[in-house]
Design a protein around this ligand. Sequence first.
Ligand code: PXL
Length: 277
Amino acid sequence: MTLKKTLTIAGSDTSGGAGIQADLKTFQEHGTYGMTALTVVVTMDPENQWAHNVYSLPIDVVKAQLKTALSTGIDAIKTGMLSTEEIIQTAGQAIEESGLDHVVIDPVMVCKGEDEVLNPGNTDAMIRYLVPKAEIITPNLFEAGQLAGMKTLKTIDEMKEAAQKIHDLGARNVVIKGGKQLDHPAAVDLFYDGRTFTLLEAKKADTPYNHGAGCTFAAAITANLANGLHTREAVIQAKQFVTAAITHGWKLNEYVGPVMHGAKNRFEVPEIELREV
Ligand code: PXL
């Protein structure tokens, strides 16, 4: 038996909910074979309010991992936290050389609860090296605003405007993760394929424990693409996966509560409503 191979180019979240840990757990739940090219290690300081520290890996180490992984013939690639312009450019080049279509760009700029942008020059590098390679790009409201040259998005109309702009930058499909942040009755994400704007709505989960939700959503899309789903179906099923994961989010300690990556396969499959807007 052979498995579809999914590669994440992303950071290590030592706390286990986001980053490559989220990606690998999600890949596993989808029956794909997960591989990694690590870009940074993120640690959290238990003596200082769980403050994050980001340690970038040397560029040679990133390149060596990409060479290893891509030599095996990957079916789908996801990018996550890329901390420097050099790493962004290197990831872009590797994707280009791979010739792969199934490329999911999760343009991570901040960690939840930390409002510092990783490095302002990174946005321009993402627009140049990564956005045009995306079969699907998955920014949150802040990241979509940065990519589109807008402020943090606050309404569905602003989400539509940003999705159009990001599509114009070369991403073939855009998913803007609104989640529960938007002033909207449902947990809502917007999918734009260049023709139709579709809202994906789920019941808002009554929990503060959602660390890693963004990474998990994007990783589920990646695995679904590797498994042969079309983009729209890949996104819908990923929304079910992440909604279940958030619904069963749990408290790791007093600072962080990760999603439960395996919830969809163990508990109920949530209802997602689709609406063209
Ligand atoms: O959730 C964004 C994110 C992505 N990648 C890594 C992280 C985080 C947030 O903590 O640590 C490695």
